[in-house]
Design a protein. Structure first.
Ligand SMILES: NC(=O)c1ccc[n+]([C@@H]2O[C@H](COP(=O)([O-])OP(=O)(O)OC[C@H]3O[C@@H](n4cnc5c(N)ncnc54)[C@H](O)[C@@H]3O)[C@@H](O)[C@H]2O)c1
Length: 356
């Protein structure tokens, strides 16, 4: 029986999403071992080391020290958004494969830097867009790829919550997060929508960002209180995108607003043959002149999305396949989000440079 190629993983950022989703993912990969952990917070790193059987002398608070002191094959980065770029670049510089949480970076300039570094290192750089790997996402994608929708002319992307504002400074202070709901949850739904559309080239974007509720006490936060003085990102963003193929997309992202749903996290694709909604799989079409409501089915046999995401990263490393979430695609996602913010700031439509 052949043994899988051993993989030595360094973890950077051992907080919420690492412990809840990435660690259980790594624990399911035969031949992969987390050999070192780096976190600015010593207590967090120690707790993680205990949970993941990392020896005490392999706990770091400095990324470069971890990279210098260990033979690694890849790193998994789960630090706050603004910390990603230097860490991704340092790991690529060392010749390591990189899995990094979303948003990969909060500016296109940084994504381009990473793109160049990954190309020159010839290593996998993958944004952790876990929603692409869920059973329903795979089912809908298969349906779209087999021309189930016909030509897609419009997408409606929602990442809107009634009162779920993440309270940590890592999300609400721009110097750490690089943006509000646009970069936090908009990035997920937008990536998913663009992936289902086959990543057309965005050419023009108008948008706006606002702080409607987060500075006051009008809507009670479901995750408790936050520091209103330090809050300096948007709590609402909306944007309208034109693509080179003539399609359009509308995006809404918010953490706090008067709405009926606790959360509406969805992508609707409107095609000439049918409309499909993610993640419900709801389908609207016409057959023989009759209006038909139907449902796209999940792909069966898949593990939860974060697990499948890590499997895909490992498979790309071991088989020499391209990144399962190519950085060229991440660049389009970040270009749109950046342009929404910039459009709001400048009060005009932003024309994007030709893609890539
Ligand atoms: N895909 C998803 O479903 C999902 C969900 C939540 C968060 N995220 C993303 O994951 C990332 C982390 O979010 P989180 O909720 O786990 O945050 P968190 O605050 O719970 O954890 C981040 C950890 O990084 C550490 N850290 C901060 N700066 C560091 C640095 N410079 N070097 C080393 N360690 C550092 C902190 O001490 C903390 O332990 C963010 O980019 C976020 O957008 C993704």
């Amino acid at each position: 029986m052949s043994h899988p190629q051993p993989l030595r993983i360094g973890v950077i950022g051992a907080g919420g999403i690492m412990r809840a989703a990435h660690l259980p993912g790594w624990q399911q990969v035969p031949g992969a071992r987390i050999v070192a952990v780096c976190d600015l917070d010593r207590g967090t790193a120690e707790r993680f080391a205990t949970e993941s059987a990392v020896p005490a002398d392999k706990i770091y608070s400095d990324v470069q020290a971890m990279l210098d002191g260990n033979e690694l094959d890849a790193v998994d980065i789960c630090t706050p958004n603004r910390a990603h770029t230097p860490q991704v670049l340092a790991a690529l510089e060392r010749g390591l494969h990189v899995l990094c949480e979303k948003p990969l970076a909060t500016t296109t300039a940084e994504v381009r830097q990473m793109q160049a570094a990954a190309a020159s290192a010839k290593k996998i750089l993958m944004t952790a867009q876990n929603h692409r790997f869920s059973a329903i996402s795979r089912g809908i994608r298969k349906f779209v790829e087999t021309d189930g929708l016909g030509e897609v002319y419009h997408a409606r992307i929602h990442a809107v919550r009634r009162n779920w504002l993440p309270v940590k400074p890592t999300f609400i202070v721009d110097a750490i997060s690089g943006g509000g709901p646009c970069m936090d949850i908009g990035v997920h739904a937008l990536d998913l929508g663009l992936w289902l559309m086959g990543f057309p080239d965005p050419v023009r974007v108008s948008g706006t960002t606002k702080v409607n509720f987060a500075k006051g006490h009008g809507i009670p936060g479901g995750w408790g209180e936050w520091d209103r003085n330090r809050f300096d990102v948007e709590d609402f963003a909306s944007g309208f995108v034109h693509f080179a193929n003539g399609a359009t997309l509308v995006l809404e992202a918010s953490w706090l607003q008067h709405q009926l749903e606790k959360e509406d996290f969805s992508a609707q694709l409107f095609g000439r043959k049918a409309m499909v909604k993610w993640p419900s799989g709801d389908l609207a079409t016409v057959i023989g002149g009759s209006l038909i409501d139907a449902k796209v089915q999940e792909v069966s046999g898949l593990k939860p999305s974060h697990q499948e995401e890590i499997f895909a990263f490992v498979d790309a490393i071991r088989s020499g396949k391209p990144s399962p979430v190519p950085v060229e695609q991440t660049l389009k996602v970040i270009a749109i989000l950046e342009a929404i913010v910039e459009s709001g700031r400048q009060g005009r439509e932003i024309v994007l440079p030709t893609a890539n």
